[in-house]
Ligand binder design. Structure first.
Ligand SMILES: Nc1ncnc2c1ncn2[C@@H]1O[C@H](COP(=O)(O)OP(=O)(O)OP(=O)(O)O)[C@@H](O)[C@H]1O
Ligand SMILES: [Mg+2]
Length: 161
C-alpha cells in the first residue's frame, strides 16, 4: 500500500489535541496508530485526543503501568497500548497481542519492538520537541486517504514547518 506523509507544527497542547481529535474521527476498524518520540513528547496527550475523536468520553489514563487500556464505543473495540516496559515482541504475543489486533482500532506508544510485525494500514507518528516551550513537530506517515484529509483540514499548518 502506498503511504503519504505530512508534518504538523503544534505550538501548544491544544493544537496537538486538535490534530489527534481529527485523526480519531478518521480511523476505522483495522487501523493501527504507532506513536514514537521521546519521553514527555506528547504521545499520551495525542492518544487521549485520538480516543476522544473516536468517541471515548470521560478521563483517559496513560497505559504506562497497565500496558493496555481498553475502550468500547458503539460496539467498536479500542485498545491503547504503552509497551515501553515490554522487552520483546515475543513477550507481547504472550499476552495475546494478536487477538487485540482483530476487529479493533489499536494505538501503540513506544511501538519499536513490534513495528516490523504489523501488517495492514498503519499510521506512523513521531513527535519531536523543537526546544521551544510547548512546541512539537509531528511527523505523520500513513494511508494517503487519511493523510490527504488531514492536509485538507489543517491546510498550510499541516505541511509548513
Ligand atoms: N505542543 C504540545 N503537544 C503535546 N504536549 C505538549 C505540548 N506542549 C507541551 N506539552 C506537554 O508535554 C507533556 C506530554 O506528556 P505525555 O504524557 O503526553 O508524553 P508521552 O510522550 O506520552 O510520554 P511517555 O514517553 O512518558 O509516555 C504534557 O505535560 C503536555 O502538556
Ligand atoms: Mg505516554
Amino acid at each position: 500500500m502506498t503511504s503519504c506523509k505530512m508534518k504538523y507544527l503544534s505550538k501548544s497542547p491544544q493544537e496537538t489535541f486538535e490534530l489527534g481529535f481529527e485523526i480519531g474521527r478518521l480511523l476505522t476498524i483495522g487501523h493501527v496508530l504507532c506513536l514514537e518520540g521521546e519521553m514527555g513528547g506528547g504521545k499520551t496527550a495525542l492518544s487521549q485526543a485520538v480516543l476522544q475523536g473516536l468517541g471515548v468520553s470521560g478521563y483517559i489514563t496513560s497505559p504506562t503501568y497497565s500496558i493496555v487500556n481498553e475502550y468500547e464505543v458503539d460496539g467498536k473495540k479500542l485498545y491503547h497500548f504503552d509497551i515501553y516496559r515490554v522487552e520483546s515482541a515475543e513477550e507481547l504475543y504472550d499476552i495475546g497481542f494478536d487477538d487485540y489486533l482483530k476487529s479493533s482500532i489499536v494505538i501503540i506508544e513506544w511501538p519499536q519492538i513490534i513495528r516490523e510485525h504489523l501488517k495492514g494500514p498503519v499510521i506512523d507518528i513521531e513527535i519531536i520537541k523543537t526546544g521551544a516551550e510547548g512546541e512539537r513537530v509531528i511527523h505523520l506517515k500513513g494511508p494517503c486517504g487519511i493523510i490527504q484529509k488531514l492536509k485538507e483540514k489543517f491546510g498550510e499548518k499541516g505541511i509548513k514547518i
